[in-house]
Design a protein around this ligand. Structure first.
Ligand SMILES: Cc1cc2nc3c(=O)[nH]c(=O)nc-3n(C[C@H](O)[C@H](O)[C@H](O)COP(=O)(O)OP(=O)(O)OC[C@H]3O[C@@H](n4cnc5c(N)ncnc54)[C@H](O)[C@@H]3O)c2cc1C
Length: 473
């Protein structure tokens, strides 16, 4: 696709002229950092020709005009924390980095909104808004993800049970279109029935329709109190069955996560630290928020009763901030513990009523194919993260060493897990996106007509196919 004549004519010089000499990266060893995301296998990796750190939306507009004219692929890259190769420059070309678009522009206390540039990392956004007593519920596990990246993937995280995904909070966007035009969509209003919803089209578009440069995000008042329960069960099926019962109660939790013992054991080995709850084979971790301590206590009592009625062995209440932090830190390290031996993290979402059945199928497939499939996820919203590991599985236990021939077993197991989700009315990605890795399943889940419509929409915005080519479809 790349016209090498343009290179010879000085693409680097042109980009330096647009974004500044110091903001164009072309040294191979530096470009390695932008060749991959957090997807574990090296097969999902490709080196860009160069990377640019534009300073303004106007810089990006000029870069896209140039790229469009010369048919050069352009891939936006936020924090690079994606798990499906979304920001990998699959066809080479230019990677756009957002290091210079990293300012929180305004916290608007009267409208409960924050206006932020696309490159602001979530960890920095949380600090700024929390200082103002405001709360941004979406929380993907890696806080180095950026505002642009979480919007482009419609990220969720564990708190989606109560508040939904980033789609529910995005009020306005500034977007640079592949042809270089800059549009402002939405604004600081909540209701909008004015024509087709372009805002929703860009949310979750994975950098294929436009480059997000700025966002207006709705916020909530910061909850005064938080609570955390860890409930142990003998059987994972009982833990999962409880989740819809909790969601049905009048104290909707922020998060309901399920975790199995073998994934905990691996994390304990990795961290050299014990999970604070002893006994049982599976757990629910439930996070609560309320206006005061009484609210937390009231909800905790109701939820504990529901859990015990549904076969729980024990309910552990983390009654102070330090205990809560200890549990949340442990949970957030689970992926890091898996990563060195993980082939892929699946992102299947099924109806709440089907989670237990799907997890049962995971364990059947694990036994039949002898590959360990530790599974944890968002029991409150049906988003199940099964990790396909290189480790074997024998006699009902993981074998903490590499299974010979995992390369051949992996695609079989992967197909079976997705097929089970499809039969249950589920979907291939609940929150990570399709990227490069899950493309093969999109048609199976949505059908050809929907995929064709999506391709036509892409062609309207990007007739030359320069923006993040090779992704989603
Ligand atoms: C340990 C761990 C835990 C995670 N937990 C969760 C979780 O609980 N929930 C969840 O939803 N995700 C989770 N993720 C996945 C990941 O954090 C999210 O997908 C996140 O939204 C990606 O943001 P990013 O800035 O890193 O984007 P990147 O990975 O850089 O890019 C992701 C996609 O967005 C596009 N993009 C990036 N910036 C822009 C922009 N400004 N304009 C247009 N397109 C852009 C890219 O081209 C790419 O297609 C987790 C990841 C890790 C490593």
């Amino acid at each position: 696709m790349l016209n090498f004549r343009v290179m010879e004519a000085g693409l680097i010089k042109k980009l330096q002229g647009i974004a500044g000499i110091q903001n164009v990266i072309f040294e191979n060893e530096k470009l390695q950092d932008y060749s991959h995301d957090e997807f574990p296998l090296p097969a999902i990796k490709n080196l860009p020709l160069l990377a640019v750190k534009p300073r303004t939306a106007d810089d990006i507009s000029q870069i896209l005009k140039l790229a469009n004219k010369e048919k050069i692929p352009v891939t936006p890259r936020g924090g690079g924390t994606g798990l499906c190769g979304g920001c990998v420059p699959a066809k080479g070309g230019i990677v756009i980095l957002f290091d210079n678009l990293n300012k929180v522009l305004e916290v608007d206390n009267r409208n409960f909104m924050v206006t932020s540039e696309a490159g602001v990392m979530l960890k920095d956004l949380y600090v700024v808004i929390e200082k103002e007593g405001l709360f941004f519920p979406p929380h993907p596990g890696d806080e180095t993800a950026t505002v642009g990246g979480v919007i482009a993937t419609n990220a969720g995280g564990s708190r989606a049970v109560k508040h939904g995904t980033i789609r529910n909070f995005t009020r306005g966007l500034e977007v640079v279109l592949p042809g270089g035009g800059i549009i402002k969509i939405g604004g600081k209003f909540i209701k909008n029935s004015s024509g087709l919803n372009l805002l929703n089209l860009f949310i979750g578009s994975e950098g294929t329709l436009g480059v997000i440069t700025k966002a207006i995000i709705g916020l909530l008042p910061m909850p005064k109190e938080t609570g955390c329960l860890v409930v142990s069960y003998e059987k994972i099926a009982d833990a999962i069955k409880t989740a819809p019962e909790i969601v049905k109660s009048d104290c909707i939790p922020l998060a309901v996560e399920f975790i199995e013992l073998d994934a905990i054991e691996l994390t304990e080995r990795y961290l050299g630290r014990a999970w604070p709850v002893k006994g049982g084979g599976a757990y629910l971790m439930i996070l609560l928020d309320a206006a005061d301590k009484e609210g937390i206590n009231h909800s905790s009592e109701i939820i504990a009763e529901i859990c015990l009625k549904n076969g729980a062995r024990d309910v552990f209440v983390a009654d102070n901030k330090a205990r809560q932090k200890e549990i949340l830190d442990f949970r957030s390290q689970m992926y890091t513990a898996m990563k060195p031996n993980c082939i892929e993290t699946l992102d299947i979402a099924v109806p709440l009523s089907e989670i237990a059945g799907h997890v049962e199928a995971v364990h059947r497939i694990e036994k039949e194919h002898g590959l360990w499939l530790p599974t944890y996820g968002h029991a409150g919203d049906g988003n199940v993260h099964t990790h396909i590991m290189k480790f074997g599985f024998k006699e009902g236990r993981p074998v903490f060493s590499e299974q010979k021939g995992w390369e051949a077993i992996y695609p079989v197991v992967r197909d079976l897990l997705h097929e089970d989700a499809r039969k249950r009315g589920g979907i291939v990605s609940g929150e990570h996106g399709i990227g490069l890795v899950k493309k093969g399943y999109l048609g199976e889940f949505l059908g050809d007509t929907q995929v064709e419509i999506m391709k036509k929409i892409k062609a309207v915005f990007d007739p030359n196919g320069i923006l993040n080519p090779g992704k989603i479809f």
